[in-house]
Structure formats: structure tokens, C-alpha cells
Ligand binder design. Structure first.
Ligand SMILES: NC(=O)c1ccc[n+]([C@@H]2O[C@H](COP(=O)([O-])OP(=O)(O)OC[C@H]3O[C@@H](n4cnc5c(N)ncnc54)[C@H](O)[C@@H]3O)[C@@H](O)[C@H]2O)c1
Length: 326
């Protein structure tokens, strides 16, 4: 099975590409290595399978690449390429979000509709809900994004849906809820927390820390992607969450226990676009995809901590004598 993964050098895309190779697929990974975070991190993400005989990296922008040719013979596309990040989507940056999230998706769908109609699994986001009174959020809850990023993710999701309704292109959208694990993007909370621990620095926390998130381990996300390809109903949208909701500040003791370090918190102003709470209703994904998140937060955080320690080997470490333990 030939499969295209867009955003293959990113956090989630690289986990997915690696897993598809393990499953015996031929994988074409597309990625332009945007400058949002350092390219060496993306190179590291794909290092373990970069030379795999069934993997081909195509380095380029979905807005420019010859997509018709790349899609030839492909049975499926996992479309993960995007400009991620809620907080940086305001102001002039919005142009970047339009280009990578909406225009790139439209171009991919256009190419796919004439290219034999591969199944397309699109990486949507919990950010499409915005601030909703529905807790947990179901796929029927109103969608009112609170950030420009959320608007672009919703627009791309709508594009997927309308190419299904107009052209029968089998698209499925998965709304991911705060994904974590090894390779997590450096702008995301756990990555920043662990990096701060390594540096002996204060942990930056936006707002009062009482915001809740449905944290989803990356292996569960990958499993959901595979199930969506095999069992997902075309034209449908599915929430993919971790199966529980946690208050950010209640996780600090767990992070202290995983790292063996006492955290020092630096409170920062609440950021525009950040929603107070997310919580995924995952019954639909359970029913249609057989989705059951397997990972515990403790194990997932421990895996991410191990990864961060090898990512920053030269980070300044405090000497053992300076350490304070919880
Ligand atoms: N990480 C999360 O918590 C989360 C939550 C919800 C949704 N998502 C979605 O999941 C997907 C993957 O997220 P991630 O955290 O792995 O992000 P990431 O930034 O690590 O990966 C995205 C990759 O896409 C590439 N890319 C961007 N625009 C491109 C283009 N025009 N052409 C080719 N490549 C391009 C980037 O270079 C990057 O490597 C994104 O669509 C994101 O919106 C992520």
C-alpha cells in the first residue's frame, strides 16, 4: 500500500510515518520543513527511518509540489501538514496560516479528486470548538473557534467535507486534542516545562493554571489514524482525545515525580485564543473506529521526559547538590 503523509517530519507525522513503515506500507513523506521550529528537530524526528527502503522524503511545499504525480498510485493520504500553534496565529502571521492550512489543503484536495480518489485522513483540531458550554465536546457541539488558527483548521475541515459531498472524495477529519509524547513541538506546554526543568529555569504557565485539557498520547493518535483509514466513514468527523481531562496545575506534582525535580512556576498573562477547557467525547470514535486510548499520563510524560533529555544533551544541568526534590 502506497501512502502519502504530509507533514511527515513533524511531531505527529513522523510517528505516523514510522508506524506505517512497520505495518509494511510504502510511505512518501512530504514536508517543507517550515521555520516554525528548528529544522534539526524535524531531521531528528525522521532519523530512525530516513534510510528505510520503503520511505521516500519529498522536501517541498504542498502549495508548489506536483501533487498529481505524487498521488499517482497512492491509496491513502494522511494530511498532517499545517502551521500549528494558537498563540502565534494573530496579526501578520495569519497569512502563513492561510497558506499552510487552507490553501495547501485545497490544493491537495483538488489533486486528489482527479487522482483516483485516495482516502484522505485530515488532522483537524479541538480548537475548532473554541469556548463551548458542551463538556465533553461532542462532534455535534457548535464550532466557534477562539483563535485564527482554529478558524483555519475549521476551514480546511469544511473543505474536506465539501470535496466529499461534491466529488465523493472519501475524506475523514480527526479532531486531535492536545497531543504529547516524544518529539512534541517545542512551543507546546510539556516540552517547555521539561526544557525548563533541564535548564533549572522557571516553568512558564499562561493564566492561573486552572485551565483543563484532554491530553492525548501520540501513540493513541497514531492508532486512531490507522483505524480511521481502515474503518472510518467517509465524510465524517471524529474527536480523538486521551479519554480524560486534567487541570494543568494538578499535573505539576506528576511532572515533579517524573523528573525528580521541584518545579518553580512563573505565571504569565493568559493568552488570547487559549480556551479555558477542552474535553473530548470519544464515543463516536469508539463505536466506528474501535478507538480506545491506551496510554496513562504518567507513562506518556515519562517517555516525553526521556526524549527531552536526549534532545538537549548539552543543556546546562544543575549540579546534584543544588537540586531540590519534591
Ligand atoms: N500537536 C497537537 O497537539 C495537535 C492538536 C490538534 C491538531 N494538530 C494538528 O496535527 C497536525 C500535526 O501537528 P504537529 O504537532 O505534528 O505539528 P508540526 O509542526 O510538528 O508538524 C507539521 C509539519 O507540517 C510541515 N508543513 C507545514 N506546512 C507545509 C506545507 N505547506 N507543505 C509541506 N509541509 C508543510 C511542517 O514543516 C511540519 O514539519 C497539524 O495539522 C496540527 O494542526 C496537532
Amino acid at each position: 500500500m502506497k501512502i502519502l503523509v504530509t507533514g511527515a517530519a513533524g511531531f505527529i507525522g513522523s510517528h505516523l510515518a514510522g508506524r506505517l513503515l512497520e505495518e509494511g506500507c510504502d510511505v512518501v513523506g512530504l514536508d517543507v520543513f517550515t521555520a516554525y521550529y528548528p529544522a534539526w528537530m524535524k531531521t531528528r524526528n525522521i532519523a530512525r527511518f530516513r534510510a528505510h527502503p520503503r520511505f521516500r522524503l519529498v522536501r517541498g511545499d504542498l502549495n508548489d509540489l506536483p501533487l498529481g504525480r505524487l498521488l499517482r498510485g497512492a491509496e491513502a493520504v494522511f494530511h498532517l501538514a499545517a502551521q500549528a500553534g494558537v498563540r502565534s496565529s494573530w496579526g501578520r502571521n495569519f497569512r502563513t496560516y492561510l497558506r499552510h492550512n487552507i490553501a495547501a489543503t485545497q490544493r491537495l484536495l483538488e489533486a486528489a479528486k482527479t487522482g483516483g480518489g485516495p482516502k484522505i485522513v485530515y488532522a483537524s483540531s479541538s480548537s475548532v470548538y473554541g469556548q463551548t458550554p458542551d463538556m465533553p465536546m461532542t462532534e455535534e457541539s457548535p464550532v466557534r473557534p477562539l483563535s485564527p488558527y482554529g478558524v483555519t483548521k475549521l476551514a480546511a475541515e469544511q473543505l474536506c467535507s465539501l470535496y466529499f459531498r461534491n466529488y465523493g472524495l472519501p475524506t475523514i477529519s480527526l479532531r486531535f486534542f492536545t497531543v504529547y509524547g516524544p518529539g512534541q513541538r517545542p512551543d507546546m506546554a510539556f516540552h517547555k516545562f521539561f526544557k525548563a526543568v533541564l535548564d533549572g529555569a522557571e516553568i512558564p504557565v499562561f493564566g492561573d493554571g486552572r485551565q483543563t485539557r484532554d491530553f492525548t498520547y501520540v501513540d493513541d493518535i497514531v492508532e486512531a489514524c490507522l483505524s480511521a483509514l481502515l474503518k472510518g466513514r467517509a465524510g465524517e468527523v471524529y474527536n480523538i482525545g486521551g479519554g480524560h481531562r486534567e487541570r494543568l496545575d494538578r499535573l505539576f506534582p506528576l511532572i515533579e515525580s517524573v523528573t525528580g525535580e521541584r518545579l518553580r512556576i512563573r505565571r504569565l498573562e493568559k493568552q488570547k485564543g487559549d480556551v479555558p477547557d477542552t474535553h473530548a467525547a470519544i464515543a463516536k470514535a469508539g463505536r466506528d473506529l474501535g478507538y480506545r486510548p491506551q496510554s496513562s499520563l504518567r507513562d506518556g510524560l515519562a517517555a516525553e521526559w526521556e526524549d527531552i533529555r536526549s534532545l538537549y544533551p548539552r543543556s546546562r544541568r544543575r549540579s546534584a547538590s543544588e537540586r531540590t526534590r519534591p
